[in-house]
Design a protein around this ligand. Sequence first.
Ligand code: ZN
Length: 388
Amino acid sequence: MLSKALFTCYNPVVERLYWTNPDVYETEVEVKSIGDFRVTIDPIIFHPDEGGQPPDKGTIDKADVLNVETVEGRIVHTLDKPLENGRYIARVDKKHRLHTASQHTAQHIISGIAQTQFALKTVGVHIGFERSTVDFDKKVDWETAGTIEQGTMEVVTENIPVETVFNDTDVRSRFDLAEVDSDIIRVVKIGRYDASACCGTHVRRTGDIGIVRIPDLESKKEGTRISFIAGRKALEFSQAETSTLRELRKMSKCSTPELPVILRKALDQSKNLNKEVDRLQGLILPSLAGSAKVIEIGSSKVGIQVNAVSSKYAAKLAAMIANEIDGTGIVAGDGNIVINSRNLNANDLLKKLQKAVGGKGGGSSKTASGKLDKTVTTEQVIRIIQEQ
Ligand SMILES: [Zn+2]
């Protein structure tokens, strides 16, 4: 019977072994070469790159499977070496499969809970090796994300089976991607939490996922992208965060809940101190202009101050030096440089310094500014600008 369904994968008519036998990682397959190290196999045990889930890895005989994709209604495997037609043993990389299957099954639960409890529609999915994402059509706040995370973990601890049924009429399709005519509709059911048309690979029972964490939310136009991690990667992520928190507690000599207050206080303090430094630097500018190291190039005076002020005051100080000696002021520090000149070409001087130590920037004959790739001393600046 031909059924109509909104389908998430591009090739729903090709039935795959892992739909009904997700535990089969090794079996004999009939290989047909289609040239360029590419083959089709029967039965299909490698998941292709589709539905936001990455392709399986593995081997067919002695050839590594580099990529699996759907091409014009067929599932095509790209190998690292040619393979003649015949029967061979195919092996799926179990660790890689269990990882992507865990992330993908977690995504079913997250999407199912988000839909039933918060009317959030899933509009996009990406399963990655380090981190995966689900895109929702509406804004999601942290409280909602926390509830979804807890709900997902409850489904994991219930350890309920992830079932595959075919041609179920009572199915909710996840995406409104494209309408597909198909005589096979594969529906994945997770208890009362989710039932959706899907081509992907899944774990046998929700308990196999282990842990699910939602570490990030990102606003996307009208909706929200939720980042999630499942399984061993989620544990590794939580361990890394715990380690960072431990380090911060040690540095701040406080408990974890006290950290935001302590950090806020330290940032405010630092901001106020910077303001004070700025104010004091402003006060000592005339004295710095007067104490600049002055040399002569021909009959032109050049005054130099290095590492004396923040970049905020560099232009002002360079102009003050130029005014004080009726010549050229050069102010460098923190990788920045400003030149203000009444007698020499400021841009030429800057280019000369940049040629010697590297950097970017430019200007006119009167003022020039930019970055230097290396920190310079007063003596180095003198030597460079005195060179013919
Ligand atoms: Zn699925």
